[in-house]
Every structure is written in C-alpha cells, then in structure tokens.
Design a protein around this ligand. Structure first.
Ligand SMILES: Cc1cc2nc3c(=O)[nH]c(=O)nc-3n(C[C@H](O)[C@H](O)[C@H](O)COP(=O)(O)OP(=O)(O)OC[C@H]3O[C@@H](n4cnc5c(N)ncnc54)[C@H](O)[C@@H]3O)c2cc1C
Length: 395
C-alpha cells in the first residue's frame, strides 16, 4: 500500500499506526485527529485527572520513528470511494487520497434537550474544565448512574461538592450489568454522601438546573450528563459503507471494502464467539483490536474475537467486568454484596458467560481465562467465594 490514512487520534488510531509499521507497512502514513492533542488515554480522565492526581495522559508513542504525519485539529468530513479500490477522505485540511483507510473515530457523548449549560466528559479538555468546577459546596447534578456517572460522582464528592445523581432506570448500572447487580451498587452513593435518585426522567437542562419530567426542578451549579455515547460515524453517511450502530465490519475488522477497516468504539464487528455483532466501548478493545485491523489491511488473515473486558473505579472500589451476560440463563452471587469484596457470575448450564467483581481482581483474571477457553465449570464451586474460580473448572 502506498498511502494509508488513519482517521481518529484516540488510542485505537495510534495503536493501528504502530501495528502497521511493526508489520512492515513502508508506504506513507497519515493520522487525522479532530482534537488538537496527541492521542491520549481516556480512562484516567474520570479518575486521576478529575481527582487532580495527573494532568497528562498522552499515550507514549515514537511519532518520528513511526514516520506518521499528524494532522491534529483537523476533522474528516466525508469519504469518497473509487469504484474498484481506494478513494479520498475529505477533511478540513483538504482532500487526502488513500489506498488503505483506517476508521477509528470513536464515539461522542449523547446530550439532553434544553438550552442550559450541560457538561459531558469525553476529552481531556472536558476533564480539566469539570475539575475546575468541582469546588467545595458547589451543587453538582449528574444525569446518568452508569460507569462514567459513578466515577464523576466519586470525584465530585471527594472535592466537597453537594452531589445529586439522577437516573432514569430503577438502579445504577442497569444497562451495563442488569438491575440485580446494579442494586448492589446503590448503597455506595449514600455512603459517599451522594444523593441518588433512580426512576427519575429529565425533561430538559435549563439555566440554573434540571427540569424533571414530572414537573419538579433541581437547582444545580453544574449539570454533568453521562447518559451514553453514539459511534462517531456521521462523516461516513452516503459513502456506501455499511453503517448500523457503528461501522459494520467482519471478524477481521474489514468493511465491505478490503482496503478499509474500522476499529475501537466506532466499529461493530462480527463475533463468532457470541454469534452476533458487537460494538464494545472499552479501552481493552481500542488497545488490542488494532493488531487485527492492521493485519487485515495488509492482507493477512487474523480475527478479533475476545471476551470483552472493562473496569471502573468508583467510590473507592475496583469494579471489573468480563464477558457478555445478555443471553445467560442465571446469575450466581459469589460472596455478600454488603461486604468490601464480592463477585457475581452469569451462567448458562455449566458455561460461564460473564463475571463482575468488586475488589476481587483474581476472580476476574481466572474467570476471563475460563471464558476464553470455554471450559465448563461447577456452578456450586462458582458460588463459593472461598473456592478460587480456577478450581471451579470441571475436569
Ligand atoms: C471519561 C472516560 C472514562 C473511561 N473509562 C474507562 C475505563 O475505566 N475502562 C475502560 O475499559 N474503558 C473506559 N473508557 C472507554 C475507553 O476510553 C474507550 O473505549 C476508548 O477511548 C476508545 O478508543 P477509540 O480510539 O476507539 O476512540 P476515542 O478515544 O473516542 O478516539 C477517537 C478520536 O477520533 C476523533 N474523531 C472523531 N471524529 C473525527 C473525525 N470526523 N475526524 C477526525 N477525528 C475524529 C475524536 O476527536 C477522538 O479524538 C472511558 C472513556 C471515557 C470517555
């Protein structure tokens, strides 16, 4: 390939650049990124950056060694494909012809109706601005008790703000881990001095606060909205590429055009493991899928089909999740959710489908290995927190 363009300057973008060079791509390489910053890690934004422990999360990359041209602060606005192969990316820096294209444009936060100021947390600039607004006594209202909402609430409470979290579902994290496990995390809010209000819908964000669907009003100095993200694929509309909740790609992360791959938060890939398309907004995917995307672009055979993994640090706890529980037959608790450390496993028969752990990293590591291998487990042993999960494997 003579000229590869990477669109998107997040973790997935930089990792693809590295993987392409490591696999012997000698042609030109250009990365176009809408943000003015070099690629950086996002997970610390809602943790160490908000807490003031660090201000810089730039990914360590040898840009000159990579021979990768960086067009930062420039945005792709459209894609024009030639009939057979290749085409051009339309950008704010002009048209960039390519014979290989990597789509790594991530996802963008969903905003709520209303013309009052609402903050979101996606970029390092968002994180710095939020941190500056978290002053002792400030009334901070968060909309959404998902992963990001819980982490932002943790930081705001630590900064001495008066924090209220408003959630439309009946429990926190309901969309991510279901109502039973979500309910186990609800007491954490009160313990941290955060008011949690579930089953409450927001009508609009207005100047000075939130208008709720029932007519009630909540005063707020800062409104932070964490109600999820959408894949950032608007610039691909009309290009001919298949878009369906992200860029549709196969098990090798190729689009319908072999010279175009998509990776990271914006890619919906085919998982043979789960027999469905997955789009996973997790750091682990942005870190590891680029190897496969680069291989696919260079015409090598490789597939991406991991057990998805995610972690979150909230209210002084390390919460980790691996697997995919949506089709599981039952949920088995592993320990007492009232205690400092516990876990829960989703099972179908003797198959371990997913696990969530709270302060039990070993359980996570062992369960992830079992799920990757697809080994059968003894459900009674899984339910016993005294038995290491690896010993629950049926021989
Ligand atoms: C605050 C926060 C905390 C998180 N915490 C965790 C965590 O604890 N654990 C975990 O597993 N995951 C976490 N995540 C998720 C994880 O960070 C993402 O899955 C990961 O960043 C995805 O990387 P990406 O490169 O695919 O996309 P992104 O990081 O979104 O990067 C995409 C880049 O492309 C740019 N772009 C978009 N459109 C265009 C365009 N048209 N032209 C040019 N550039 C464009 C964007 O500006 C962006 O810089 C967190 C995310 C956030 C925001």
């Amino acid at each position: 390939m003579d000229r590869v363009i990477i669109v998107g300057g997040g973790l997935a973008g930089v990792r693809v650049a590295e993987a392409l060079r490591a696999r012997g791509h000698e042609g030109a390489l250009t990365l176009v990124g809408a943000e003015p910053h070099r690629p950086y890690d996002r997970p610390p934004l809602s943790k160490a950056v908000l807490m003031g422990r660090t201000d810089d999360t730039t990914v360590d990359a040898d840009w000159s060694g990579l021979r990768c041209e960086l067009l930062l602060g420039h945005r792709a606005t459209g894609l024009r494909l030639e009939d057979e192969r290749g085409g051009a990316v339309e950008t704010t820096a002009g048209e960039l012809p390519f014979d290989g294209l990597v789509i790594a444009t991530g996802a963008s936060p969903i905003r709520l109706p209303g013309d009052g100021p609402q903050d979101v947390l996606r970029t390092i600039d968002d994180a710095r601005a939020l941190r500056d607004g978290f002053r002792e006594g400030a009334r901070v209202t968060l909309v959404g008790a998902g992963w990001i909402g819980a982490e932002v609430a943790t930081a705001a409470a630590r900064a001495g703000c008066a924090v209220t979290v408003v959630e439309a579902a009946d429990t926190p994290l309901e969309g991510a881990v279901g109502p039973e496990i979500g309910a186990c995390t609800a007491p954490w809010y009160g313990e941290a001095g955060v008011e949690l209000r579930c089953g409450v819908r927001v009508a609009a964000v207005e100047s000075g606060g939130l208008a709720l669907a029932g007519g009630e009003w909540i005063d707020a100095d800062e409104v932070v909205v964490g109600v999820g993200v959408r894949p950032e694929v608007g610039w691909l509309a009309g290009s001919g590429l298949d878009l369906d909740d992200g860029v549709v790609v196969d098990a090798s992360l190729r689009t319908s055009r072999p010279e175009i791959v998509a990776v990271g938060d914006c890619a919906a890939w085919w998982s043979a493991r789960y027999g469905r398309r997955l789009r996973v907004e997790h750091w682990d995917t942005a870190l590891n899928a680029p190897e496969v995307a680069a291989a696919a672009l260079l015409g090598e055979e490789s597939t991406y089909d991991p057990v998805p993994y995610f972690w979150s640090e909230q209210f002084g706890r390390m919460v980790q999740y691996a697997g995919h529980h949506q089709d599981a037959e039952r949920l088995v608790m592993r320990g007492d959710p009232g205690k400092a450390g516990w876990a829960a496993c989703w099972l179908s028969g003797t198959r371990l489908e997913a696990i969530v752990t709270v302060n039990r990293p070993r359980d996570l590591v062992q369960a992830r290995r079992i799920m990757t291998a697809g080994t059968a487990v003894d459900p009674d042993a899984v339910a016993d927190p005294e038995v290491p999960i690896r010993n629950a494997v049926r021989t």
